[in-house]
Every structure is written in structure tokens, then in C-alpha cells.
Design a binder for this molecule. Structure first.
Ligand code: OGA
Ligand code: NI
Length: 373
């Protein structure tokens, strides 16, 4: 228990604790081998820098009891049948307003591409550590950024996860700048997920009663960052999290997860599992889409539980230009305002918002709250 008293000895001990924490974080960071490196070394206890505060485990899900399921959107036939398309748009609208999440099936990306992408992620993390270390960096201007916990030195506690970040659009890297272990599939998957993303932005525009090209014309589909994650098996999953509670900082995320599970969304104050369904993709609204839709669509908080079983791998496709310098101003879409629906957020740029989010890190209060008028 942390004391609330301010006696000099206790202040000193807190400073000492901070010092220990920073040196432990540094020692971990300098291995450049991530959480996978700890597990490979045979660790049987979770190091304290990964301990999640107890309140992060508060509202543990109760599968089956409340019968809450994330909405499923079946895109089969959507291009051919206008009545069907209207039905699908209605489901997308309801899901985006209430859950901020939906699962898409029959999305047009072949299962073989999804499987090969997950295999590519495993190949990247499971390659020779010495080769992999060459990609390890905290320099966000690099084409490929592999590290463990982007917010390692800022977050309250570290997550049981390693991540690699690649900016794939609008300025795609040349293939030889990408890791050999997953280069070809990364290029192919990005192209396919970009197409799907553009289509989803059309449906989302229609769900906002706007022209189908509205969100694309606003450049919401311009940038694509692929983040591929590796969650090693955890010896004490009750002490840490794979990913702390957070909402995404982009316009839209398309997530591919393997068969392990652990992803949960906070819905009506309960953590609801988003179970893996082979061949499906999970779609969620990001903070920037909540901002421009003036709260019509919700960017929901979600997290990933740690697991005894693993590794779990996933690929998050973030529609955003992220930290890339940009001057385009984003604020509420004027068509969505009415007398009883005044603007709720300050205007911002994608760069400004991403920098703010990055500086806060995961696990705290929502970055979007800081932009409320
Ligand atoms: C993310 C995220 C979930 C997962 O990358 O923002 O929430 O299942 N990922 O990896
Ligand atoms: Ni997320």
C-alpha cells in the first residue's frame, strides 16, 4: 500500500522506489529482447515492473451470464443488393453508436492471407534474437519500430507484450526497408486491409447519413499504420495485462487476432470478451472518429488479458497518419450538429492528437477527454 503521509522518510522511500523502477525498466529495455526474451530465459515470476494495479482487474468479465455479444456484420452480398446494404449500414450504425466495436465476416480478405499474416508475425518475433534486435528502437521516425511497450517509461505498469509498428500509407516503405521475415505478406495484407478500410469508411459515412465518400474525402483513410503484437505465455497472468485499458487514437482500427483470445471491450461498465472467430476481423471506432462525429460514434476502451497459454499474436491496422507532420484541422462534421447537439470538442490535427496520446500512454484516463470543450 502506498502511504498518503508526507513524512520526509516516506518521500525518500518513494524516490528510491522510482529510482529502482527506472533502473529496472532500463535494464529490461536494454536487453532489446522484449517480454519474449524474459520468457525465453525461463522466467517463472512476473517482474514487478509488469504488475498491474488491482483496479485494472476490477470488473472481470462474467462470460455467458449477461449474454452480451459484440455485434456481427456480415458483408456477404453488400455490393450487389441495395436493400441488404441498407440493413448492413443500420447494423454498423447501431454497433458504432453503442459498442464502438463490431466483428466483420465475409469481408473479402481470404483466410489464407490472414493466416499467412499471423504466421509472418510469429516468424518475426521467433527469429534469431540477435537479428531481431537490430529493429529495436524508440525512435518514432524509423520506418519499422520494434520494442516492448511504446510507453514503457511513462505508463503506470508495463504490459506483457512486444510490438512492431510500420507506417504503410500514405508513403509506403520500399519492401527492402521491411523485415525479411514478414515483408511480402505485410505488403499484401496492408493493401487488402486498406481496401477493406476504405469500404468500411463508406458504410460509416452512410451510417452518419452522409455521402458515402464523406469520410474518405476528409482523408480518414489516408494513413495506415500496422502494429503487430506478440503476447508471450505468462507464468502469472493474474498479476499483469497483455494490454492495459485504452481507446485507440486513430479514426478506425481493423484487428486480426489469432485463436488464443483475451481481448475485451468495456461495455455498459462490464468487460465483455471479444472471442476469436476464425476468418473474422474486429473493427473499432477510434478517438478521432468519435471527435469528428461529435460523440455519435464511440471510441470504446478495451484491453487484453495475459494468458498462461501462448504466444498470442495480433495485427492492428490503424487508419491514421499518426505522428507524420500534418496541418489539416479536424473538428465536428457540421452536418451532424443541431441546436441540441452543439460542438463537444476542440479542433485538432492528427499529429497534435497523436503526440498528446503518445505522451500519456495506456492505462490512464482517455486522451479524448482532454479535448472536450
Ligand atoms: C491495439 C489493441 C488488441 C489486440 O493495438 O490498440 O488494442 O488484441 N490491440 O492486440
Ligand atoms: Ni487498441
Amino acid at each position: 500500500m502506498r502511504s498518503t503521509s508526507t513524512s520526509p522518510t516516506e518521500i525518500a522511500s518513494e524516490e528510491e522506489q522510482n529510482y529502482d523502477k527506472i533502473s529496472d525498466l532500463k535494464a529490461f529495455d536494454e536487453t532489446k529482447a522484449g517480454v519474449k526474451g524474459l520468457v525465453d530465459a525461463g522466467i517463472t515470476k512476473v517482474p514487478w515492473i509488469f504488475f498491474s494495479p488491482e483496479d485494472e482487474f476490477d470488473k472481470v468479465s462474467d462470460p455467458g451470464k449477461n449474454e452480451l455479444y459484440v455485434p456481427v456484420v456480415d458483408l456477404d452480398g453488400v455490393e450487389k443488393d441495395t436493400i441488404l446494404r441498407k440493413n448492413i449500414v443500420d447494423i454498423v450504425q447501431d454497433a458504432s453508436e453503442t459498442w464502438g466495436f463490431f466483428q466483420v465476416i465475409n469481408h473479402g480478405i481470404p483466410d489464407t492471407v490472414l493466416e499467412e499474416m499471423l504466421d509472418g508475425v510469429r516468424r518475426f518475433y521467433e527469429q534469431d534474437t540477435e537479428v531481431k534486435k537490430e529493429w529495436y528502437t524508440r525512435d518514432g521516425s524509423k520506418t519499422v519500430v520494434y520494442n516492448s511497450n511504446f510507453d514503457l517509461y511513462r505508463a503506470g505498469s508495463a504490459n506483457w507484450r512486444d510490438t512492431t509498428y510500420c507506417n504503410m500509407a500514405p508513403n509506403p516503405p520500399s519492401p527492402d526497408e521491411l523485415p525479411k521475415s514478414c515483408r511480402d505478406i505485410l505488403v499484401e495484407y496492408s493493401r487488402k486491409v486498406r481496401e477493406l478500410g476504405r469500404f468500411l469508411f463508406e458504410l460509416l459515412s452512410e451510417a452518419l447519413n452522409l455521402n458515402p465518400s464523406h469520410l474518405i474525402d476528409m482523408d480518414c483513410a489516408k494513413g495506415l499504420a500496422i502494429l503487430y503484437h506478440y503476447y508471450p505465455a505468462c507464468p502469472e497472468p493474474e498479476l499483469t495485462l497483455g494490454a492495459s485499458k485504452h481507446a485507440d487514437y486513430d479514426f478506425l482500427t481493423v484487428l486480426l487476432q489469432d485463436h488464443i483470445g483475451g481481448l475485451q471491450v468495456l461495455h455498459q461498465n462490464q468487460w465483455v470478451d471479444i472471442p476469436p472467430v476464425p476468418g473474422d476481423l474486429v473493427v473499432n471506432i477510434g478517438d478521432l472518429l468519435q471527435l469528428i462525429s461529435n460523440d455519435k460514434f464511440k471510441s470504446s476502451q478495451h484491453r487484453v488479458l495475459a494468458n498462461n497459454v501462448g504466444p498470442r499474436v495480433s495485427v492492428a491496422s490503424f487508419f491514421t497518419t499518426g505522428l507524420m507532420p500534418s496541418s489539416k484541422i479536424y473538428g465536428h462534421i457540421k452536418e451532424l450538429l443541431s441546436q441540441d447537439n452543439p460542438p463537444k470538442y476542440k479542433e485538432t490535427t492528427v499529429t497534435e492528437y497523436s503526440l498528446h496520446y503518445n505522451a500519456k500512454g495506456l492505462g490512464g484516463t482517455s486522451a479524448l477527454l482532454d479535448f472536450r470543450l
